[in-house]
Design a binder for this molecule. Structure first.
Ligand SMILES: Cc1cc2nc3c(=O)[nH]c(=O)nc-3n(C[C@H](O)[C@H](O)[C@H](O)COP(=O)(O)OP(=O)(O)OC[C@H]3O[C@@H](n4cnc5c(N)ncnc54)[C@H](O)[C@@H]3O)c2cc1C
Length: 361
């Protein structure tokens, strides 16, 4: 088989990320199907190169020195995924298969825009991902940290994830259970980091299902009324826009990687200790522990919305977002991240865990 991949050298990565910082990739390949992924991985193996898989670049901090290996940008779209899916017998001729009464499977290529897929589902009356409207990035990026927002997580609708296993360069189908999804985590960002390249994701969605309205802001917005999927999508998008949590070229506060820190999970004993010293601290039950809003901890540490440090800062619309105010370097962002972590740790004894992936540091 002739080579279907074009390997470029010294490709700038900053424009491919939402933070718009970072150096070059030594080698760079755009993969439009899973065969291209296999070829790219084989090339890297032959050359002894490290590999980084790039989706939509919305959850990354790439170092100023870039990545000294091969970056594989995932560009496979739904039609490629559908072709494979039909060969595997997952879908019928229309590309959709009734799975159980009222539900359907959608097999979506990793390179598809996540929000285009959500919009398609909402417009066609499929429930299960409506609260995840407006999250930037690719479909293939969503299982990695089990994206979640407004009371919904992508793991609630994922049936299986198909990947190329970098160990043997063969396809493998990993079921929902085996992905070991949890809060902002899965095997892909914990026990098996870098092992699997996701080339499509199969979702099971409920036809004419009810939207999920469990998040405080949404409950307050709709009151007693049962909203449609479209109304929930619109409400989520409006809330997100007010926090600069949708990418908008005209909104400098959206030049971010979304929330930069996860909400820390602490034991009930630790919470009681803090509350004895500092009074009430907002928290949410999480198994036998509690989750404390990272935004609250940052604000109470004295770092407020709009805080700036040279070319970087905290979004004026969202305490959790570190933004590139223009002309920032990755190092500038790293320094502010450290400053926030140190300040919160000094005040509360809690070390905030960053959410984005650090590349080339
Ligand atoms: C404004 C804004 C708002 C956001 N809001 C939210 C939110 O509400 N909830 C939330 O959970 N996240 C949110 N995010 C973070 C981010 O959008 C998601 O995590 C998204 O799913 C990342 O996908 P991506 O394609 O951009 O991945 P990238 O940023 O390109 O990559 C992230 C990680 O996933 C890996 N990866 C990507 N694609 C693949 C693949 N096909 N196979 C294997 N590994 C892969 C990469 O190697 C990297 O480790 C937000 C980000 C921004 C900028």
């Amino acid at each position: 088989m002739s080579s279907s991949i074009e390997i470029k050298e010294n490709v700038r990565l900053a424009p491919l990320t939402t933070l718009q910082v970072g150096g070059n990739a030594k080698y760079f390949v755009t993969a439009e199907n899973e065969f291209a992924v296999i070829e790219a991985l084989a090339f890297a193996r032959e050359m002894g190169l490290a590999v980084f898989i790039l989706g939509g670049g919305s959850n990354l901090l790439i170092s100023d020195s870039g990545f000294d290996g091969l970056v594989v940008q995932m560009k496979m779209d739904r039609s490629d995924a559908r072709k494979w899916a039909e060969e595997d017998g997952y879908l019928d001729g229309s590309g959709l298969e009734i799975d159980e009464p009222g539900s359907r499977r959608f097999c979506v290529g990793a390179g598809e825009s996540w929000d285009d897929f959500v919009k398609f589902c909402v417009e066609n009356d499929f429930a299960g991902v409506e609260c995840l409207s407006g999250i930037p990035g690719s479909v293939g990026g969503t299982p990695i940290q089990n994206v979640g927002a407004y009371g919904q997580e992508v793991s609630e609708s994922i049936l299986a994830v198909r990947c190329i296993d970098t160990v043997n360069l063969r396809p493998i189908r990993i079921t929902n259970v085996d992905c070991k999804f949890a809060y902002r985590s899965s095997i892909f960002n914990t026990s098996e980091v870098g092992r699997y390249v996701v080339y499509d994701v199969t979702f099971l969605l409920k036809y004419q299902g009810s939207p999920k309205v469990v998040y405080k802001d949404l409950i307050e917005h709709f009151g007693e009324r049962r909203p449609s999927l479209t109304e929930v999508r619109e409400a989520v998008l409006n809330i997100r826009r007010s926090k600069s949590m949708v990418i908008d070229a005209d909104d400098p506060n959206s030049r971010s990687a979304g929330s930069f820190f996860k909400n820390p999970i602490v034991s009930c004993d630790k919470l009681a200790e803090l509350q004895a010293e500092m009074g009430n601290i907002p928290n949410f039950p999480f198994g036998d522990a509690v989750k404390i809003p990272a935004a609250w901890l940052i604000e109470k540490s004295g770092l407020h919305k709009g805080f700036s440090l040279g070319n970087v800062g905290i979004s004026s619309n969202h305490t959790l977002a570190i933004i590139n105010r223009g002309g920032a370097t990755a190092n500038d962002i790293f320094v502010l991240k450290d400053e926030i972590q140190r300040t919160v740790a000094d005040k509360f004894g809690i070390m905030l865990d960053p959410e984005p992936v650090f590349v080339g540091f």
